[in-house]
Design a protein around this ligand. Structure first.
Ligand code: NIG
Ligand code: FE
Length: 407
């Protein structure tokens, strides 16, 4: 029997190893895969003398860790192109939301859709993410806002994971906005989320984390605290849509509950970022939403960098604020809109995104022992992954060492 299942040779490798300079790059390298994991990685000239069942020469293509999209709302009914148009005629996101549109219009469409309809439409979007290099994707609920419909969304997300080679991680986002049945009593809805939805979802193993939206048009810090306390009692980690439209104290709150991540963060205060740094909470930046909402307030990039807060980048794929189905294009946007470097963006969609999902022990870099989730690119340098717009440089995708069909 051969020592290795697969040997990839004649490649350049951006390992994205933490602490390494210059993409952790290895020119003229090789990766050996055994049992779905990376068994060896390094310069070809230093390769140990072992046997491989299969060898594949990559003729100078680049390998990176497969991309990880750590924040999406991939499962939803309907679309919101009409609101997109209304905003371009002068309406605001908050104004549309307060008038019963926005997230609530997707709630109506999602409640009306069958599980099969939701599955079919989300599967198309999942395929698009994979064709741009994604092997792991997080999917939130949050357009059901009652027990049956939140469970329906999470079951669809789990089914998507079962039916594809990609890893799907799910987050319960029942505290996304106040549902119509509770318009005058948000606290009663929060009680339902804490007492019924979180325990039920935890019992059925439907969620890997609990998320919430802390904002003037959604829930305040006190309400989110109750949700997070309930999540912790059910043994689920938390994450937060924080400080997207205003400084709502979201970053501090996320840090107080040792959240995996605080996401958006355009209006986060310096003290919030400091608290995240101390708590080890990752920042997830979402340039697709920033662009679509024509936001002008930059997230606190310098403070995040100064305090070494891990910065992840995600698509935020959703019908309202980010109809974007590519984390690679999110990287390209983050360079242009936030002036992140291409290396920060690639780290943000691999190593730091793994951290934001609590999966950093297992994936996100090309190192011995990690899962062999590898993207193969037709490029001359990894900076090009943040450079091109509208083209697909992906040449191949391996998940746990196996080729994924990209048709
Ligand atoms: O990440 N900010 C809240 N949630 C989503 C938007 C969802 C929607 O508008 O449907 C976001 O931007
Ligand atoms: Fe979101």
């Amino acid at each position: 029997m051969a020592d290795w299942d697969l040997l990839l040779t004649d490649a350049h490798i951006a390992t994205m190893r933490r602490g390494a300079a210059n993409y952790g790059a290895i020119e003229d390298g090789a990766i050996a895969i055994a049992g779905g994991s990376i068994a060896w990685v390094g310069e070809s000239a230093r390769m140990p003398n072992r046997t491989a069942a299969r060898t594949r020469s990559l003729a100078g293509q680049w390998l990176t860790p497969a991309l990880i999209d750590c924040h999406t709302h991939l499962v939803f009914g309907g679309d919101r192109s009409a609101e997109f148009e209304q905003r371009l005629h002068g309406a605001s996101y908050e104004g549309i939301a307060r008038a019963g549109g926005g997230i609530l219009s997707t709630v109506r469409a999602t409640r009306a859709a069958s599980a099969d309809e939701l599955f079919d439409s989300a599967r198309v979007r999942l395929g698009m993410l994979a064709r741009d290099g994604v092997a792991t994707v997080e999917i939130k609920s949050g357009y059901g806002l009652d027990l049956d419909n939140e469970m329906k969304m999470l079951q669809v997300a789990r089914r998507l994971g079962d039916a594809s080679d990609l890893t799907v991680r799910t987050s319960l986002l029942a505290a996304h906005t106040v549902p119509p049945e509770f318009t005058t009593n948000a606290d009663a809805y929060i009680a339902l989320v804490c007492d019924d939805l979180i325990p039920a979802v935890a019992k059925h193993g439907l969620a890997d984390a609990v998320d919430a939206y802390c904002e003037t048009i959604a829930f305040n810090t006190e309400q989110v605290s109750r949700v997070f306390a309930a999540a912790k009692s059910s043994g689920l980690p938390v994450k937060l849509h924080a400080d997207q439209l205003s400084d709502s104290g979201g970053a501090e709150l996320a840090a107080r509950f040792a959240a995996l991540s605080a996401d958006h963060l355009e209006y986060a205060s310096n003290s919030g970022v400091q608290a995240m740094g101390k708590a080890g909470t990752a920042a997830v930046l979402l340039p697709g939403a920033f662009l679509t909402l024509q936001e002008t307030q930059q997230p606190p990039i310098d403070e995040l960098r100064r305090l070494d807060v891990p910065i992840a980048i995600a698509s935020d794929c959703n019908p309202g604020t980010s109809p974007l189905c590519s984390v690679r294009e999110a990287m390209a946007l983050a360079c242009r809109l936030f002036r992140l470097t291409p290396e920060e963006c690639l780290a943000g969609a691999t190593r730091e995104a793994a951290l934001a999902l609590g999966l950093d022990g297992d994936r996100g870099t090309l190192e011995v022992g990690k899962r062999a989730d590898v993207a193969i690119w037709d490029i001359m340098h990894p900076r090009e992954l943040s450079y091109w717009l509208g083209i697909r440089p992906l040449a191949g995708l391996l998940i746990a060492g196996l080729d994924v069909s990209l048709n």
